[in-house]
Design a protein around this ligand. Sequence first.
Ligand SMILES: Cc1cc2nc3c(=O)[nH]c(=O)nc-3n(C[C@H](O)[C@H](O)[C@H](O)COP(=O)(O)O)c2cc1C
Length: 412
Amino acid sequence: MNWSETLALRLLHRLEPERAHELTIRALQWGLFPMSRPVTDERLRVDCCGLSFANPLGLAAGFDKNARAAPALFAIGFGFVEVGTVTPLAQPGNPRPRLFRLKEDEAIINRLGFNNEGQAAVLARLRKYARLSGRGVLGVNIGANKNSRDRIADYAQGARCFADVADYLTVNISSPNTPGLRDLQGPEALRRLLAGVKAVVAERGRAALPVFVKIAPDMDDAALAEIVEAAVEGGAAGLIVSNTTIERPESLKSPLRTEAGGLSGLPLFAPSTRMLARAWLLAAGRLRLIGVGGVRDAETAWTKIRAGADLVQVLSAFVYRGPSLVADILSGLLERMERAGYAHVSEAVGTAAEEWAERHAPGQSRTGASVGQSTSRAVAALGNAFYLGDWTKARGGVKRNVITQHQTGSET
Ligand SMILES: Cc1cc2nc3c(=O)[nH]c(=O)nc-3n(C[C@H](O)[C@H](O)[C@H](O)COP(=O)(O)O)c2cc1C
């Protein structure tokens, strides 16, 4: 990190987080960002789902929701950028404050609630980018409006809107900040949703357009297995593992840890990597995987790849570490490949999947069910439940967790 980047980050992190984010997007639009020498190396190129990625590192959805800064983000060196989540109609999201930096934990909690300018505004921008030469792979992450009467239809509408301008689509059914959205992860709902999306892209003459499903880390192994099968049957190209978590690990130090919303960053690394590895084993080559959650340096990116990721995304660490993170990760990946004797990054994919899949994730039993509710975690879970208006489910969840804790007799 050079001095200008250090200074810019220090100044930004003194501001209210959402204000800082808005300023960052504007600075990127105006070309006011520190550049480091881009890392280009054919050993990092990834051919996946009919697309050619200059490198395996992408920016995760949620940073550039309205596709304002995508050209600058490519210039920084990302191999791919996923914009969105975009809903059919513009919506304001939840009341502020709704974005919190947990600095002590290198984490973020957000409960933004799909604030975005809507499909029409984003489509107009993406049409312009289509003419940019040399841009990387551009994904569009689609979602449903909070007040939609037919959420599954919202995804089909997103696919119709972006089929011509996106290199891939992501159906985001895992944001914890839209009440009930995660119900779409149920196998029946997911099959219907994918059928609708695939039919629409075929109608638009883009039947080969890859569709990824972005999933939550808060589910047990049986639910993950059902999602994998539903995704394969529904014709998805792959899974993005994972979105933010509603869990609150014991290790969190920040006083902001009880804020409701989705937690991302370092504390998400272990649970999301374990889930990625399990998904890789379950999919057995039928799906491609994008690993996201807690990537903060070359070592964590390398671990995601070894756990089964063809591609890796980052968001929270980009907020904390700035643009130089991209070159640091890519050059660190090359070093690790050389040390391991690999001629190409793809040789590392899945080499540590078994080891990671067997890990006993903190806060999870061997079967993946949550255990070990301390008072603070229970309070956070209840806060989330009230906030999401899903009291019955949360009460059941807390009861189940407490019972499991009694049964296992230990905090794991
Ligand atoms: C502020 C913020 C906003 C986000 N918004 C979205 C979103 O709109 N759609 C989505 O699919 N994921 C969203 N995410 C989740 C990220 O894409 C990513 O899955 C998660 O943050 C884990 O990666 P990280 O630990 O590198 O941050 C958001 C995350 C953050 C921190």
